[in-house]
Design a protein around this ligand. Structure first.
Ligand code: PMV
Length: 327
């Protein structure tokens, strides 16, 4: 008997990095998902395998044994997953074994929240396997705790959107507020193919903030103002203003040091090809950029990203957060 659950990846439209310091962010779940299949075991071991990454570990009494793939990588990738499974089993109250198999359509370390999507899918699958009827609020809390292992001071935006789906206004102190976005948001995502670490990018911003507090603080306020104006533009379905605000947001991200050549290249190509706006998404330093364009320009923008050396793909927003696929 097994349960398959899934959770979506995301793009941050506005406010990444600044969200770590309490500013608001607008984030959208997209139709790329991570899947986890959970099955009972007859022993008390937790066995975790990722088909895409070719990695597997088994865990007994919290001690890791690498079964497949590079040991360092396996530990790095599975530590948050193991923590999440451990929390679910703690809540269940009985020491039981589980097999978890992860497959994902989300590019890894690219700014689309792949690690959060995986942890949310696994937490959902294991809790459903044990018939725990776990509320989404608890799934979010467990995934947030696991994210803290991935990078020390996450805002929580990634596990929130993977759990709840849709379009969210997220702020650390007030949590998330679903936004009703009726309009289609025609986006092209461009993957630079450059893998990077969220932790390193978040540390860069922290250094910049500590070095130049009087310079960075106004940038934080500007980021908040951009989000507020974007909320207004969403209400009016004003894509042109949204695009302009994305460009402004990108200028701030560049300013705090998290853009890089690979991203700038794709962002410029998208703008030249007629995008209404373009910016990096997620932690930056490589990973993905997003471009907003009117429907008739989408193809052109996508081709320009490809010519500039990126891997473009279209993504649609999805309202579906974590869900059970089948039991
Ligand atoms: O690149 P990702 O998918 O790990 O997103 C990181 C988003 C940040 O705002 C940079 C960090 C955070 O915890 O919110």
């Amino acid at each position: 008997m097994g349960v398959v659950a899934s959770a979506p990846a995301k793009v941050i439209l506005f406010g990444e990095h600044f969200v770590v310091y309490g500013e608001p962010a607008i984030v959208l779940a997209i139709d790329k998902r991570a899947y986890a299949k959970a099955e009972n075991r007859t022993d008390k071991r937790v066995f975790l395998r990722s088909t895409n990454l070719g990695l597997a570990v088994s865990v007994e009494n919290r001690s890791f044994k690498v079964e497949q793939g590079d040991p360092r990588e396996a530990k790095l990738k599975f530590e948050p997953v193991e923590l999440a499974v451990g929390r679910v089993l703690e809540k269940y109250g009985e020491n039981v074994g589980v097999n978890v198999e992860i497959t994902s359509t989300v590019p890894v370390a690219a700014g689309l929240g792949s690690s959060a999507a995986v942890v949310v899918a696994v937490t959902t699958a294991v809790s459903a396997l044990l018939d725990m009827n776990m509320p989404k609020e608890d799934i979010f809390k467990i995934a947030y705790e696991a994210e803290k292992l991935v990078h020390g001071t996450p805002s929580g935006v990634d596990p929130a959107i993977s759990t709840f789906g849709g379009t969210l206004l997220y702020q650390m102190d007030t949590g998330f507020k679903p936004l009703e976005v009726k309009a289609d948001i025609p986006l092209v995502i461009g993957d630079t193919g450059v893998e990077r670490s969220t932790r390193v990018q978040v540390e860069k911003v922290r250094d910049m903030k500590e070095r130049y507090p009087q310079v960075v603080q106004p940038m934080m306020s500007a980021a908040r103002e951009i989000v507020l104006r974007a909320l207004d533009a969403f209400k009016k379905n004003d894509l042109e203003t949204l695009g302009g605000l994305m460009n402004l947001n990108q200028a701030l991200l560049y300013g705090v040091g998290v853009s890089d050549e690979s991203l700038e290249w794709l962002i410029n190509a998208a703008r030249k090809a007629g995008a209404l706006g373009a910016k990096l998404t997620g932690a930056g330093g490589g990973g993905c950029m997003i471009a907003l364009a009117n429907n008739e320009k989408l193809e052109q923008v996508s081709e320009a990203i490809q010519r500039a050396g990126g891997r473009p793909f279209m993504a649609r927003k999805t309202d579906e957060g974590a869900r059970i696929e089948h039991t």
